[in-house]
Design a protein around this ligand. Structure first.
Ligand code: DC
Length: 231
């Protein structure tokens, strides 16, 4: 059976990574969480004082981008690859609310996008990949055989993200999370460089009222059809 490229885009907290991981596991494909890459670059900017509440020194930051080394290492016990920034596992740090509050600004920078898209294309060049993000079907792999655009209402997404943050021990209230979800939706879809939008040939899945099992079954049947058409 031939391998395909599966591009999954959509707004924040729509559960893209959950379905992407399920698909990668079922198909024996590589899973690439491109949001983790933008988050790791943001963490680098924070750790090196390029970005703070008051100020973002974009020009100095861009000059130091060559010092950012990103890699994924497969964690067999978790069943997916974790994000490493300059040799350190940053999976925990990149998921905090603080990183979420800066990441849209960092990911709007064209030099950042160029650097990350290059790595993403290299990782996915042999197909057999499930990649999730905001511009996978439109920019990174416009010829992907299967493109999905995942949506859900902002309130449902904020609720999911809120529960996830609380379970990780963050002290946060629901309204702050909802505000961040709405703000990132706006910035991600209105930026000049590679704004989030549905590719013309993407299939939209609204999972507001779908269980994980229902979603998986629905998408797996799309994968099977795509694979059949490729035979
Ligand atoms: O998927 P996520 O919420 O972890 O992504 C974090 C941010 O990274 C998101 O708000 C926008 C940005 N991003 C992007 O601009 N392009 C991608 N391909 C993936 C993420």
């Amino acid at each position: 059976m031939k391998n395909i490229t599966i591009a999954i885009d959509g707004f924040s907290s729509t559960g893209k990574s959950t379905i992407a991981k399920q698909l990668a596991k079922a198909l024996g494909y590589i899973y690439v969480d491109t949001g983790a890459m933008y988050r790791a670059v943001t963490l680098y900017a924070m750790q090196n004082n390029f970005i703070s509440r008051e100020n973002f020194n974009i020009s100095d930051f861009v000059m130091q981008l060559h010092k950012v080394n990103l890699s994924f290492k497969f964690n067999a016990s978790l069943g997916f690859a974790e994000m490493y920034l300059n040799g350190n596992n940053v999976e925990k740090e990149i998921r905090t609310m603080k990183v979420s509050s800066f990441v849209s600004e960092v990911s709007a920078i064209s030099e950042v996008r160029k650097q990350l898209v290059k790595i993403q294309r290299e990782i996915g060049k042999n197909s057999g990949v499930v990649m999730d993000g905001r511009d996978i079907g439109t920019v990174v792999f416009p010829k992907a055989e299967l493109k999905l655009f995942i949506t859900a209402s902002p309130e449902i997404r904020a609720e999911r993200r809120y529960k996830e943050l609380i379970s990780r021990g963050e002290k946060i209230d629901y309204n702050t999370v909802l505000h961040n979800v709405n703000q990132r939706d706006y910035v991600d879809s209105h930026r000049k460089n590679s704004p989030l939008k549905k590719a013309e040939d993407a299939i939209e899945i609204d999972n507001s009222n779908l269980s994980l099992d229902e979603q998986f079954t629905k998408i797996m049947s799309l994968v099977k059809t795509t694979l059949k058409n490729k035979e």
